[in-house]
Design a protein around this ligand. Structure first.
Ligand SMILES: [Zn+2]
Length: 422
């Protein structure tokens, strides 16, 4: 990696640690990135270059390509604290519109430095994903696909050579100022979560609206986290030049038979998405072929280390059912095992309910394809509300109340009985 100062002192070595003078720009050359920046920290600039170079091969694998597809791919990146400085030097062409976070034009990208290194790195990667899509696919598709796949491949853990893209941060502290979940959780509490068709319909905008980015990201996550949708997603990316309705039509046609299940899974995922969300644990087994409940007593085991778990049947409209549960689970091992029973542990709360509480929800089989927003998921504790009158054909699902990032050390099971209420 070479380093030089331009418009200042000429070329210096990275080994010379000189404070950057305000009027100078730092230039760093990596394999896939040529970076010009006015951020104060040489270490941060080096780390950005290393992170970018480590991310590109991961992106290529994500798109099911090998590195030969990269050819001469290289971005000319600008990470900017003071836009005026870059404008004065002609480093932001007049054709680039005013941008709130970042902008990509073919192989050139511009990113405004943020209040945290994580968020600056995220935005650099985000714009880099756009550049790569232009290079590989001649375009990045309609808004939801363009922004969602960029968010997907920019969301990361670690930095430098150790960066891992397409990873949801474990905690808020790992990703200061990034704020995606804050915005999404707000929408969930307000009942303002868009339906999947509404996300696919997002129109281009330069405002950099965090909600648009976040829900587009969620759409790309769900479509790539279930193996039955992933192939279609990757194949459709090749049509990146198509930014109009033709792109979505192709995707929706290939996913046609999956759509009702996808819509149901979307409702579940949107309710849960948060730091530490793990798709390995949160994929939900649902099928349109699940049999309709015959009214015989049903026993279901619910694991505390998994997300929503369906009892594998569909409950018919008009059924009156009674739920009961027994069993014991452990929620953490350290400092000592926390034992919980179905009502939960009342000295620790998560989302307003006792930790370890056994939860259920009814998930309707049908969804309104015209709806712009999803119906919020109605989650209840089994012990609080054991009787259910089922208004429409629905799946019945259970989960244990715990933060989605903290499921891995949970053990034990609850046993649930589902029977006709008499
Ligand atoms: Zn973007």
């Amino acid at each position: 990696m070479q380093s030089q100062l331009i418009f200042g002192m000429g070329i210096i070595s990275t080994l010379l640690v000189l404070p950057l003078k305000a009027e100078e720009l730092l230039v760093k050359q990596g394999r896939y990135i040529h970076l010009t920046t006015d951020i104060a920290s040489t270490e941060e600039a080096e780390s950005l270059v290393e992170s970018f170079d480590a991310a590109v091969p991961q992106w290529i694998r994500f798109w099911d390509l090998n590195e030969s597809a990269l050819g001469d791919f290289q971005v000319r990146a600008h990470v900017i604290r003071d836009k005026v400085k870059f404008n004065q030097r002609g480093l932001i062409p007049a054709t680039v519109p005013d941008f709130p976070f970042g902008y990509a034009l073919d192989n050139q990208i511009w990113v405004l430095a943020q209040k945290s290194e994580y968020y600056t790195r995220h935005l650099l990667l985000h714009e880099g994903v756009h550049s790569l899509a232009y290079y590989l696919f001649n375009g990045a598709g309609p808004t939801w696909f363009q922004e969602g796949s960029a968010e997907l491949l920019a969301t990361h853990e670690g930095s430098g050579n150790g960066i891992r893209v397409n990873r949801i941060p474990q905690t808020r502290e790992q990703a200061p100022y990034w704020g995606r979940f804050k915005r999404m959780n707000q929408a969930t509490s307000d009942g303002q979560v868009p339906s999947l068709p509404a996300v696919l319909d997002y129109q281009p905008s330069l405002s950099g609206d965090v909600a648009t980015y976040s829900w587009s990201w969620a759409a790309c996550m769900i479509l790539t986290s279930y193996p039955e949708y992933r192939g279609t997603f990757i194949a459709t990316a090749r049509q990146g030049k198509e930014t109009g309705p033709g792109f979505n039509r192709q995707l929706q046609t290939s996913l046609d038979r999956h759509w009702p299940i996808l819509a149901a899974r979307w409702r579940l995922a949107c309710h849960e998405l948060d730091y530490g969300f793990d798709w390995q644990r949160e994929r939900v087994a649902l099928s349109a072929q699940d049999p309709v409940w015959d009214g015989n007593k049903l026993k279901v085991e619910v694991r505390p280390d998994q997300g929503w778990q369906s009892c594998g049947i569909r409950i018919p409209a008009g059924a009156n059912i009674r739920l009961s549960a027994t069993g014991e689970i452990t929620l953490a091992q350290k400092p000592k095992p926390w034992i919980s029973q179905p009502p939960g542990i009342t000295f620790q709360y998560h989302r307003g309910r006792p930790l370890g509480q056994l939860l259920y929800c009814l998930l309707p089989n049908a969804n309104d394809p015209q709806a712009k927003q999803i119906q919020p998921l109605k989650v209840q504790g089994i012990m609080e509300q054991p009787f259910i009158n089922v208004p429409e054909y629905s799946w019945l699902l259970f989960r244990v109340n715990d933060a989605c990032g903290k499921l891995d050390d949970n053990g034990g099971t609850y046993e649930v009985s589902v029977e006709v209420a008499r």
